[in-house]
Design a protein around this ligand. Sequence first.
Ligand SMILES: [Zn+2]
Length: 144
Amino acid sequence: MSPDRDLSADSPLTLPGFFDALAQGDLLGGVCDDCGQVLLPPRPACYACGSRDVDVEQQSTEGRVYTYTEVNTAPPAFADDAPYTIAVVELASGGRLLGRLDADYADVAIGDPVELRVREPTEAERAVALEYEADWPVHEFVPR
Ligand SMILES: [Zn+2]
């Protein structure tokens, strides 16, 4: 793509475009043409090398736990959910994505295979979202 391309709100290089695709089950990432860095979600410029030569490509929805932790003191809106597990997942296509992992902390290990699930936001998630974010889908990981 050209560095001087126009960015419209529905471009996959914007968060609205990313979430529109995610609602259809498509996980889009930016892939830097210059250094190969995967950008999740996509961004107009590479955060590794600064290049604006970023392509948007479908990413794998399967990966492995890269690291994880348990949230015991949750933000007030999610206090009823605690404790819950969050993980950084390294996708089979190379990028890393943070999200909740639908598993007990004690049952998780680094390297565990997981897959992405996309769902509607809960009432608590809608309550803390900005108005334009309220209908964005929520991703989480499940063991596979
Ligand atoms: Zn780069």
